[in-house]
Every structure is written in structure tokens, then in C-alpha cells.
Design a protein around this ligand. Structure first.
Ligand code: ACO
Ligand code: ZN
Length: 152
């Protein structure tokens, strides 16, 4: 029932890959997960329920020479049987607080399938707004909304 958040550890990799493949068609290599963990260890979080990892959020800071850096939520997922308990909200809130406090970014964005109503609702509840549409962003041809939250 209750859950706790902590930073991803390398021994979580197989479990996080399992959750990613169970929940999303956008899958990543082991190398990609580990590279995010190494570059931004405090922005790759997992949620544990009874000692078992049931969700993750993976973010990074996007740097540009010409614009201030921005937070980017690359992927978030919670196993189906653990949804609607506030885990997704808790992970995203914690990641947003860390991006703002530790990296000083003033903006965070993400891409989401235009059909993904649950995720869009979660993001809107936390203050994200639709800022753009990217046609055929996904491998199967579906469009993405870009959603952005101003952090301060
Ligand atoms: N239908 C409608 N609204 C929903 C739904 C749903 N199925 N699920 C969540 N919401 C909204 C509700 O407003 C909910 O608040 P409420 O339960 O008080 O009504 C709010 O979001 C928060 O829900 P949480 O319990 O915090 O979210 P949860 O832990 O269930 O995780 C998540 C949400 C991560 C989107 C989950 O549904 C999931 O893993 N989905 C599959 C993977 C996915 O789509 N990930 C996002 C892809 S985009 C990206 O990664 C950047
Ligand atoms: Zn993205």
C-alpha cells in the first residue's frame, strides 16, 4: 500500500527495464538507462512498494549554448497494479523539485502521446501545459504533445 522513493541503483536495471517494457512501447538499451544514471543520478528515481520496485522516472538536464538549460522528463512508468495511488505524481514532484533546487532550471518539458489521457491528466494536475505538437513523433506515427512547466 505505502511506497517510498529512492534513487535508482545499478542492481535495479533489470527490474526497471521490465517495467519500461511492460508499460511503454518506447524502450531503451541497458546502456541508455545506465548513462542517464551516471550523468544525473539524482534525477533517475524509483518507487518501492513492499521492497519491490514498481515504478521509475528518468530525467535529464538539456544544455544548450544559446538558451538556459531545461529539465526533460524522458520516461515515467508505474506497473498497472500499482497505478492511481499517487506514485506517478510523487515521483514527478520529487524530480521537479530536484531539477529546480539542484540544477537551477526554470523550465521542465516532456513529450507525450496525444492519446495518453492518464499521463496528460497527471501532467496537467502538476501544472504542465501543452506548448507544442510534434507530428509523427512516435515510431508508429502518432503525434506528441510537448508539455512544459515553469518552475520559478
Ligand atoms: N485516467 C484518468 N486520469 C488518470 C489516470 C487514468 N487512467 N491515471 C492517472 N490519472 C490522473 C488522475 O488525475 C490522477 O489523480 P487521481 O487518481 O487523484 O484521480 C493523477 O493522474 C495522478 O495519478 P497517479 O496515481 O499519481 O499516477 P500513477 O501512479 O497511476 O502513474 C502513469 C501515472 C505513470 C502515467 C501511469 O498511468 C503509467 O505508467 N502509464 C503507462 C506509461 C506511460 O504512459 N507513461 C507516460 C509516458 S510520457 C513520458 O514518459 C514523458
Ligand atoms: Zn523527451
Amino acid at each position: 500500500m505505502s511506497f517510498r522513493l529512492r534513487e535508482f541503483r545499478p542492481e535495479d536495471l533489470d527490474r526497471v527495464i521490465f517495467i519500461n517494457r511492460t508499460c511503454l512501447p518506447e524502450n531503451y538499451s541497458r546502456y541508455f538507462f545506465m548513462s542517464i544514471h551516471k550523468a544525473f543520478p539524482d534525477l533517475f528515481l524509483v518507487a518501492e512498494c513492499d521492497g519491490e520496485v514498481v515504478g521509475y522516472i528518468m530525467c535529464r538536464i538539456e544544455k544548450s549554448f544559446f538558451r538556459p538549460p531545461k529539465g526533460h522528463v524522458i520516461s515515467i512508468a508505474v506497473l498497472p497494479e500499482h497505478r492511481r495511488k499517487g506514485i506517478g505524481t510523487a515521483m514527478l514532484k520529487e524530480a521537479l523539485a530536484r531539477m529546480s533546487e539542484r540544477y537551477g532550471v526554470s523550465e521542465c518539458y516532456l513529450e507525450v502521446r496525444v492519446s495518453n489521457t492518464p499521463a496528460i491528466s497527471l501532467y496537467e494536475n502538476l501544472g504542465f501545459r501543452r506548448t507544442d505538437t510534434i507530428p509523427k513523433y512516435y515510431g508508429d506515427g502518432e503525434d506528441a504533445y510537448v508539455m512544459t512547466k515553469i518552475l520559478r
